[in-house]
Design a protein around this ligand. Structure first.
Ligand code: SF4
Length: 489
């Protein structure tokens, strides 16, 4: 007997959402930009927003003076990344996809309010008033909070896990995210952060990475990152990948590029597509899984161009396109925001939702970070809606440990926001004499999320005042950098 379908009320209601390329001509500065220009990668690169003057020229009278002052103050006093927003990303902020009542907010105060609230704006164009004034930084926040430099086995090559490595090929990206974990190295210096410079010539560093991999056949998996590989001339990247594929022990290669979303025009350029097809063919012949790992944090970022770029890469022969987002307050910290994003990725762009990382403990990131308890809640609430293979794991990147699924925590002091973790392998900086498997590693919740008693404990035990906290974070950041520079000397 046929059963009638029964509508059961669910906490989250799935709806297939038609992808939309927002109309860029709503911005006064792009009123005359044609579709041909928009799809041209050179036009996208030349027209990135890099400073307040360019943002003003683009926005005309849409934003009030208050916003520019707020942004400028942040650039001077808080920003750990310089400004770089490609048109493609700019165009997803306050668009017809996000307008609450189907109408563009009026220029001036209404548009400015919508811009302040926009999830993509919140992490690509952070302003001073976004940040916390009580605990702007966690007392244990540092540059290079994951200690990737400490684990460099060649300049830019982090060997943290037993069978896989991270190769930082270059220190630049087509877009700079305010929360970047690699704020110590990636991008231009800001008034607050003088960036670490890679000392070796690129060709020497890249050769040294291959030498290390040849000498260490236990490594089978290479994350080719930066920065963003979209900023490496394709012929140089392809030539290096060819040499990488000649190493018998390599079985998985992942190309890290947020630009698949931030500047899909790069991955749609004919030369790049042909190059990806050539290298994918070689990888398949060798039995190597070659994939792109991208970084999308909000459903509104998935547009038809992004979907086209992803599917073009799959057609060119990549094994998969996977997403590694970052979990951030005010950006994607609700079940609905995360599931909307996952379905947008999976439905039409064929991007596998793979991970969401908890935002790392870099300076001035407290307003973005969420507690471990909240991350666990989100993970629980997402299960069951997506196919298992497309259900992302929410992970905490625990310093000196690596990624741990949020429910893997050993013990958790929710009053003080201190979680304790263990691991089951040695990193490259731990000798056989060190018993790492019984050691305890810690991660900290943002202090403002703790109960009053926990916040008081931190005030008593760490710092006297919020100002002292800030000064301590700045000093810790400076000390962290000095240590990195000494290591390279
Ligand atoms: S794309 Fe990645 S490496 Fe580049 S700024 Fe953003 S988070 Fe950092």
């Amino acid at each position: 007997m046929a059963r009638m379908s029964v509508e059961i009320e669910q906490p989250y209601v799935y709806q297939h959402r038609e992808l939309v390329e927002p109309d860029w001509t709503r911005f006064p500065g792009w009123r005359d930009v044609t579709a041909e220009q928009w799809e041209d990668v050179q036009w996208q690169r030349v027209n990135c927003v890099k400073n307040l003057r360019q943002l003003r020229a683009l926005m005309g009278d849409l934003l009030t003076e208050e916003f520019y002052e707020d942004l400028e103050k942040d650039q001077q006093l808080r920003a750990t990344m310089s400004m770089l927003v490609p048109p493609q990303m700019m165009n997803t902020m306050v668009s017809e996809v996000t307008w609450a009542d189907g109408r563009m907010p009026a220029a001036g105060e209404e548009f400015t309010r919508a811009f302040y609230a926009d999830p993509v704006r919140r992490y690509m164009l952070p302003v001073f008033s976004d940040r916390r004034t009580d605990w702007a930084s966690h007392p244990y926040a540092t540059r290079d909070s994951l200690h990737e430099h400490d684990m460099w086995v060649a300049e830019g090559l982090t060997h943290r896990y037993p069978t896989k490595v991270l190769a930082e090929m270059l220190p630049t990206c087509p877009q700079y995210c305010g929360h970047c974990t690699r704020m110590d190295l990636v991008g231009n210096s800001t008034p607050q952060v003088t960036k670490l410079k890679l000392a070796g010539k690129p060709v020497d560093r890249h050769t040294a990475i291959l030498d290390y991999l040849r000498a260490n056949p236990g490594v089978r998996d290479v994350v080719v990152s930066g920065g963003d590989v979209a900023n490496m001339p394709w012929k140089n990247l392809e030539a290096w990948l060819e040499r990488l594929l000649e190493i018998e022990s390599i079985r998985d290669v992942r190309l890290a590029t947020k630009a698949l979303m931030g500047m899909p025009q790069h991955w749609l350029a004919p030369d790049t597509v042909e190059g990806v097809a050539r290298i994918s063919k070689k990888a398949r012949e060798r039995g190597v899984g070659l994939a792109i790992h991208t970084h999308v944090n909000a459903a509104q970022s998935v547009t038809p161009l992004v979907a086209r770029a992803s599917r073009t890469m799959l057609d060119a022969g990549l094994r998969d396109v996977r997403n590694q987002g970052v979990l951030m307050r005010g950006v994607n910290d609700t079940t609905k925001q995360l599931l909307d994003l996952c379905f947008a990725l999976a439905d039409d762009a064929m991007i596998t939702p793979y991970y969401f990382y908890m935002c790392d403990m870099i300076p001035f990131s407290e307003h973005w970070r969420v507690s471990l308890a909240h991350a666990q809640h989100l993970q629980h609430s997402m299960l069951g809606y997506l196919p298992g293979f497309s259900t992302p794991r929410i992970v905490c990147d625990v310093p000196f440990v690596g990624k741990r699924w949020v429910h893997q925590v050993d013990t958790y002091d929710t009053e003080r926001g201190i979680s304790y973790w263990s691991k089951n392998y040695r990193t490259s900086i731990e000798g056989e004499d060190v018993d790492v498997t019984s050691a305890e590693y810690v991660y900290y919740d943002p202090i403002d999320t703790l109960p009053a008693s926990g916040q008081e404990w931190w005030r008593q035990h760490t710092v006297e005042t919020a100002e002292a906290d800030e000064a301590a974070a700045v000093e810790q950041a400076a000390a962290s950098r000095r240590a990195s520079v000494d290591q390279l000397a």
